[in-house]
Design a protein around this ligand. Structure first.
Ligand code: C2E
Ligand code: MG
Ligand code: MG
Ligand code: MG
Length: 292
């Protein structure tokens, strides 16, 4: 235990920091074994159009730790991203989502749904990323034109020439791209315009404050208008209330995702829910309580 004070008065040993580091290291070690141990799963959250018809789903990674229970991706994705672990996780997610896409192709109520997959910056930056996606599609037989890859601004703008090359190669296969958490980064719009994007996802922070902050409604309106001009599809993230949906509909936002329409759930639960909806029975009220 180093108790000495550093030159600047910093303590070399900080028990709080130390336990945080230990917890992080323990989580990282556990995460290493998570795939093999079958502790990972994808949950799927529905995306609906203006008529509330399901048009797609977003795949969201879930980790059930044997001791800690459900660990939030907000907690473990950053840890995975700090190491090569994210590459292993990312490949598993891609493969699993494509297998699900192919399984859904055989059922009438799911066959037209797009499946959106989150791709981390490091995963996308790998030299073999295009081949990885191609391989996942080929192995599973999934339709490329129903696969949407969600990337963030920082991932796309890191090396724009490399990004354009990869996006174009994947677009040739039919794969589409969404810009996730739009509005939270420092987008250079002229650079974004160079990218073969298909959709923008408006970050939920703007949706959530729309009622309280008039400026957020203006931002949402501007994004929707700009997307229309650029020929991009838009999905509003984190829609929780009917009031938010109404404002978004007035702003002519074409698609929504959020607890109001459905929480992320296992594939089987989503299928049952979609089937119920098609059968005409009312959809169960989505509650954030069931999220994790
Ligand atoms: P994201 O891609 O922006 O995903 C949307 C997040 O918002 C999800 O959180 C979802 O559960 C949550 N959400 C959906 N509707 C609502 C709502 O109405 N209200 C609120 N408050 N939240 C809502 P989740 O599942 O905890 O994931 C957090 C982030 O972790 C994701 O943000 C994404 O950046 C990352 N992530 C999740 N799965 C993966 C994955 O497979 N790969 C990678 N690289 N990242 C992932
Ligand atoms: Mg996403
Ligand atoms: Mg997002
Ligand atoms: Mg995100």
């Amino acid at each position: 235990q180093a108790k000495s004070e550093g030159r600047n008065g910093y303590r070399f040993f900080d028990p709080v920091l130390q336990s945080q580091l230990e917890a992080r290291a323990a989580l990282e070690t556990a995460l290493h074994g998570a795939i093999g141990a079958g502790q990972l799963a994808l949950h799927y959250q529905v995306q609906v159009d203006a008529l509330r018809q399901p048009v797609g789903v977003e795949a969201l990674l879930r980790w059930r730790h044997p001791l800690h229970g459900q660990v939030s991706p907000a907690q473990f994705i950053p840890i995975a991203e700090a190491s090569d672990l994210i590459l292993t996780l990312g490949e598993w997610v891609l493969q699993t989502a494509c297998a699900q896409l192919q399984a859904w192709a055989g059922q009438p109520h799911t066959r037209a749904l797009t499946v959106s997959v989150n791709v981390s910056a490091r995963q996308f930056a790998q030299p073999g990323f295009v081949e990885q996606v191609h391989a996942a599609l080929a192995r599973t037989g999934a339709r490329a034109d129903l696969l949407v890859l969600e990337l963030t601004e920082s991932a796309m703008l890191h090396d724009i020439a490399d990004t354009v090359r990869k996006m174009q190669a994947l677009r040739c296969l039919g794969v589409r791209f969404a810009l996730d958490d739009f509005g939270t980064g420092y987008s250079c719009l002229s650079q974004l315009q160079r990218l073969p994007l298909h959709q923008l996802k408006i970050d939920r922070s703007f949706i959530q404050d729309m009622g309280a902050r008039a400026s957020d409604a203006v931002i949402v309106q501007t994004i929707v208008g700009m997307a229309r001009t650029l020929g991009l599809h838009v999905v509003a993230e984190g829609v929780e209330t009917e009031a938010q949906r109404t404002v978004l509909a007035q702003l002519q936002c074409p698609a929504f995702q959020g607890y109001l329409f459905g929480v992320p759930q296992p594939a089987a639960a989503l299928e049952a829910w979609l089937l119920g909806q098609h059968g005409g029975s009312p959809a169960p009220a989505a509650s954030p309580i069931f999220q994790r």
